[in-house]
Write a protein that binds this ligand. Structure first.
Ligand code: NAD
Length: 246
């Protein structure tokens, strides 16, 4: 691992603008299961189109909320782990510019990261599908816990939906901002993503230099200058130590 740590440190120091691209694997060490890890990934057991798509929300909202709200509430209880803290420290040291994340759990910001593009949305708000009024995400949880399923808008009684990007949804504004940021980025460091969910999975194509830190192989490993098959938290902590931080 030592040689890989040195390689990644050298690349970060040489690079003018480095972005991190994180996925569910960045948060597994916080106790949030990812989707595609062999054996434990959620989508190994369930079909995402049946559970987390726009069709699922509109055709069977009660089941959509029964399945998704308890796990999303769990994300909100989770705490940032070594990966989140290390990436925040790298931003503070000017070694990464910001983070493009596919995660909706908000843990990068809670660890202190400042520039974060949440390309698949977040769990801070929800809105009414009829009148568009915005509510804090907690509104969904409170109504659901009081037996109101699906949760409703107080104004027009339309159904509320979370501000996360579901399968079949258009991409978020942050995705297009992230694409802009990629234009002058010379290094992309992928952390904990299977790189299988498009269009985000295509971002490595735009980077001139690529580093991948993921427990399992990804379709982009062939293009990467360094590939690290390790627990991200452990590797990034070693990287910080090497860079003179504990
Ligand atoms: P994914 O589940 O497809 O892939 C996660 C990858 O991370 C796997 O290849 C796995 O081997 C690797 N991994 C798991 N733990 C790791 C660790 N500790 N260190 C290094 N690698 C580790 O996830 P994805 O690529 O992000 O795509 C799935 C979609 O899942 C995303 O769109 C995201 O929105 C959503 N998601 C988000 C959360 C969250 O917000 N925390 C959780 C689950 C899924």
């Amino acid at each position: 691992m030592e040689a890989l740590v040195k390689d990644v440190a050298r690349i970060l120091k040489d690079s003018r603008k480095t972005l991190a691209l994180t996925g569910a694997g960045a948060s597994t060490e916080s106790g949030i299961p990812d989707y595609r890890s062999q054996g434990t990934g959620l989508w190994q057991k369930y079909n995402p189109m049946e559970k987390a798509s726009v069709t699922a929300l509109l055709s069977n909202p009660e089941e959509f909320y029964r399945f998704n709200l308890p796990r999303w509430s769990g994300y909100l209880q989770a705490k940032p782990n070594a990966t989140h803290f290390a990436l925040a420290k790298l931003e503070e040291k000017g070694l990464i510019y910001g983070i493009i994340t596919q995660n909706i759990d908000g843990l990068h910001q809670r660890a202190g990261s400042k520039k974060v593009w949440e390309v698949h949305g977040h769990l801070r708000t929800c809105h009414c599908l009829e009148c568009g009024r915005s509510y804090p995400f907690n509104e969904l949880i409170e109504q659901f816990n009081q037996g109101v399923n699906p949760p409703k808008c107080f104004l027009c009684h339309g159904m509320l939906r979370p501000d996360v990007v579901l399968f079949e949804d258009p991409m978020s504004e942050d995705y297009y901002k992230a694409l802009q940021e990629m234009k002058d980025c010379d290094t992309l460091v992928v952390v904990g993503s299977s790189l299988q969910v498009y269009p985000v999975a295509d971002l490595p194509r735009l980077a001139s230099r690529l580093v991948i830190i993921n427990k399992e192989p990804t379709p982009w490993d062939y293009k990467a200058e360094v590939v690290v098959y390790e627990q991200a938290g452990r590797f990034l902590s070693e990287l910080l130590k090497h860079l003179g931080e504990n």
